[in-house]
Ligand binder design. Structure first.
Ligand SMILES: NC(=O)c1ccc[n+]([C@@H]2O[C@H](COP(=O)([O-])OP(=O)(O)OC[C@H]3O[C@@H](n4cnc5c(N)ncnc54)[C@H](O)[C@@H]3O)[C@@H](O)[C@H]2O)c1
Length: 266
């Protein structure tokens, strides 16, 4: 082991400034809370202002540090303003979790030809261009610092495909290609970019939308076929996200990690 190396602080995220897009509700809220708990400066970027403000206040009351910035990730100017606000407030941008997406708001359609063209375009603008925008906005600060961690949220559906949400699945496959490609552009600047694929997760949003009968069927399927035979919870994703934001993953980039309990093995 080299004299300067120490394993003690590899997982330490205290004092690191991390932006979480879509960080005010659903699974993103769980990431924001967890980051607050481990002492990071959490920058919550979302379009849900009431929930975002309340969550930042909750994290602060619990002894953490958080800021809510109203941000539509499909808007480049808004993403630049987000990066600027994070820098002004905390002086650095150490990590970016590109979690914002149109998911719970997208209806499942039996007939893919009925997906309206404007819905396709809007979804791509949020789920894919939103990631490009946020990376572009945070890149100058990360390059100047000589380090940065970007975690892009894909979905396990990108590999298997799924019916009913063709545009959503296509966008999540795009996230994997984007991650792989941009990791080559950013590695020399000390910036790591990885993707995480959750399986179907009972978040507060998607949990409320899908009928209980659906969740019972899913639970049964997981019990019969998944390596870890139970439903996925948002908390199951937190460890993987924290690892990819920490120094423990400094030599990991361009990778796509499926965090889905082995549900797509068959
Ligand atoms: N829940 C699941 O089963 C599941 C499975 C695989 C992947 N995912 C992915 O995990 C992430 C979170 O999922 P979720 O279940 O919490 O879904 P969700 O739809 O509840 O969360 C999406 C978040 O993005 C925000 N958002 C939407 N449009 C935005 C915009 N234009 N600008 C900024 N923020 C915007 C929403 O307000 C919300 O906070 C998404 O990327 C989703 O695709 C979820």
């Amino acid at each position: 082991m080299s004299e300067t190396f120490s394993a003690k602080t590899l997982f330490d995220l205290s004092g690191r400034t991390i932006i979480v897009t879509g960080g005010a509700v659903g699974i993103g809220k769980v990431y924001s809370r967890a980051l607050g708990e481990v002492g990071a400066n959490v920058v919550i970027a979302d379009i849900t202002d009431n929930e975002g403000g309340a969550l930042a206040a909750e994290i602060e009351e619990a002894g953490g540090s958080a800021l809510y910035v109203s941000t539509d990730v499909s808007d480049m100017a808004a993403c630049r303003a987000l990066a600027e606000k994070a820098l002004q407030t905390y002086g650095a941008i150490d990590g970016l979790v590109n979690n914002a997406a149109m998911y719970a708001v997208i209806p499942k359609r039996d007939d893919w030809t009925t997906i309206p063209e404007d819905e396709w375009d809007r979804l791509m603008a949020v789920n894919l261009k939103g990631i490009f925008n946020c990376c572009k906005a945070c890149f100058p600060a990360m390059k100047k610092q000589g380090h940065g961690k970007i975690v892009n949220i894909s979905s396990s559906t990108w590999l298997t495909g799924t019916t009913g949400r063709l545009h959503y699945t296509t966008s999540k496959a795009g996230v994997v290609g984007f991650t792989r490609s941009i990791s080559h552009d950013l590695g020399k600047d000390g910036i790591c970019v990885n993707a995480v694929c959750p399986g179907l997760t009972k978040s507060e949003t998607i949990g409320a939308i899908m009928p209980e009968e659906h969740w019972r069927r899913r639970e049964k399927k997981m019990a019969e076929t998944a390596a870890i035979p139970r439903l996925q919870k948002p908390e199951d994703l937190v460890g993987t996200i924290l690892f990819l934001l920490s120094s423990a993953s400094d030599y990991v980039t361009g990778q796509t990690i499926a965090c889905e309990g082995g549900s797509n093995h068959l």
